[in-house]
Design a protein around this ligand. Structure first.
Ligand code: BYC
Length: 472
């Protein structure tokens, strides 16, 4: 595979110089992107040298290079994974046909909508995290959030490339609109619910990376199965970068849990607020919130949209090609959790309309594995407490559970019980105020805020006390 062409204004491995029209469209969009980055990207620090990784090839053995760079000078570009010779549409009505290199005319609108929805989340997350640099718990963490931010910016580029390359004028208009919507804005909000929530503190940030970026992993993996080959190749390379974002989330929460356990042992109390730590019950409430809003991102349990995406060959299942069924699913069923009066029951539903729920199942199983690793830290400290994922029906706004009140252990409850108890289950104003009070910047290399343990190792083999951002 050719490496990335860094000599041009927009680094790319798609021979952009051979397509003048597309190159001009992207070069026209680039300054608008940079303007958006200045307005809505990380607040402050733009002129500071940060130790960042940049994609330099799509070779699995060594695709990234690490160096100091100022964020606005990051080489955002367009990188697609290697083409797979002879790739086919692997599911749905077109199964067995050659994968499409151009958008099939009749699927234009549907495909554009999927790409825009995916693209919209990328700048949204940068906007949500805009203020966090100012309250970083360490230089190591400051560098990590900036790494996540620049890569979300690159993922926006990835979707804008598809829109500009394959959707003509409509695509260019959508590319502009991606820079105009704003997370949380009443008039022009981002498309999906979770991307309009606030990320006001670092506990929320780490939870977001664990839960919401993981939705990204599962959605991208499903789009990587697409019969539209450019989308598949784009998503395959995005997944390489996405892994780091989930690492930041899982390791961040693990370090907060570890610090909580150390403080509990040291002071022989669960009440860590006197000692500058975050107690496990508060962590659980934040977990409940971020898990539930991320579960909503999978859409309704029963969805004809999802069935259409699949039947048309546009969006597959997680690891579609590893599955051994007929990849048509016209006769198959799938167990789906549903409300039945006062109870939640599981019923067999047609598999095609249940695809959102199936992807949610894959996601929940992955989240469980992370929670188990956090609980291992608690267990090793000899503390009798377990973090747990809330029931999938808890605190939902989308789908069949959006209409009922459900406890974290999965009981349908009355509004009165919800009113009496939701403060035990979701972050309270008190929690938010306390967490906010902890958000004091720590920027001396090797030093960490009171509420989080240092990481086991630094970035790219460097020591933990390396000067990851040159603030001087
Ligand atoms: N909020 O049949 P339904 C990431 C809408 S994250 C608001 O239930 P469908 C990242 C839906 O649009 C991954 N609206 O759902 C992470 C539809 O509207 P219309 C992002 C919602 O269509 C961290 C209606 O409700 N990628 O990459 O089967 C940092 C009924 O829809 C929501 C994708 O999402 C919601 N939560 O599936 C950075 C992949 N849920 O058509 C990045 C692309 C549903 O009635 N998107 N609605 O107006 C999709 O595959 C699908 O659009 C969804 C929804 C899975 C999101």
């Amino acid at each position: 595979m050719a490496g990335i062409d860094y000599s041009s204004l927009i680094p790319n491995n798609v021979s952009l110089h051979e397509n003048r029209r597309l190159q001009r469209a992207l070069e026209d969009w680039q300054p608008k992107f940079l303007e958006w980055w200045q307005d809505m990207g990380p607040l402050g620090f733009q002129a500071k040298e940060t130790y960042l990784r940049t994609a330099v090839s799509v070779d699995a053995k060594g695709w990234a290079q690490f160096d100091y760079i100022r964020m606005p000078e990051y080489r955002w570009g367009i990188f697609l994974a290697e083409p797979e010779p002879g790739r086919q549409v692997n599911f749905g009505d077109h199964k067995g046909q050659a994968a499409w290199q151009e958008v099939p005319g009749e699927y234009r609108g549907t495909l554009r909508r999927l790409i825009v929805t995916q693209g919209d989340t990328e700048p949204a997350s940068v906007e949500q995290q805009r203020h966090l640099g100012r309250t970083c718990p360490s230089l190591y963490d400051l560098r990590n959030i900036f790494q996540v931010n620049v890569e979300e910016g690159r993922h926006l580029w990835a979707m804008v490339y598809l829109l500009d390359a394959h959707f003509g004028r409509d695509g260019r208009e959508e590319s502009e609109a991606l820079l105009q919507r704003r997370s949380g804005d009443a008039d022009k909000p981002r498309i999906l619910g979770a991307f309009n929530e606030k990320t006001p503190d670092w506990l929320s940030f780490f939870m977001f990376c664990f839960f919401t970026d993981r939705d990204g992993k599962y959605q991208l993996a499903s789009l990587a199965e697409s019969g539209f080959d450019p989308l598949s190749r784009t998503c395959r390379f995005m997944l390489t970068e996405e892994a780091h974002h989930m690492f930041v989330g899982e390791a961040g929460i693990m370090r907060i849990v570890q610090r909580a356990c150390e403080l509990m042992r040291e002071h022989k109390t669960d009440d860590l607020r006197k000692h500058g730590g975050i107690d496990l019950l508060t962590i659980q409430r934040y977990l409940n919130f971020h898990c539930s809003v991320s579960l909503d991102l999978f859409g309704s349990e029963i969805s004809t949209n999802a069935a259409n995406f699949y039947t048309l060959g546009l969006k597959g299942r997680f690891e579609e090609t590893k599955k051994t069924d007929d990849h048509l699913l016209k006769q198959a069923t799938y167990p789906v959790a549903e409300v039945d009066g006062e109870r939640i029951v599981t019923r067999e539903e047609p598999a095609l309309v249940s695809l959102n729920e199936r992807l949610r199942d894959d996601y929940v199983a992955d989240c469980e594995r992370g929670v188990t690793r956090w609980n291992e830290v608690i267990r090793k400290h000899g503390i009798d407490f377990e973090l747990a994922l809330p029931h999938r029906a808890f605190h939902r706004a989308i789908g069949s559970f959006g209409e009922v009140r459900v406890s974290p252990d999965g009981r349908i409850i009355s509004q009165a019980e919800w009113d009496a108890r939701h403060r035990d289950w979701l972050p309270t104003e008190d929690d938010k105020e306390y967490i906010q009070s902890l958000m004091q910047p720590v920027v001396e290399p090797g030093k960490f805020a009171s509420w989080i343990a240092p990481p086991a190792r630094g970035v790219n083999g460097l020591p933990v006390d390396f000067e990851y951002v040159r603030l001087g």
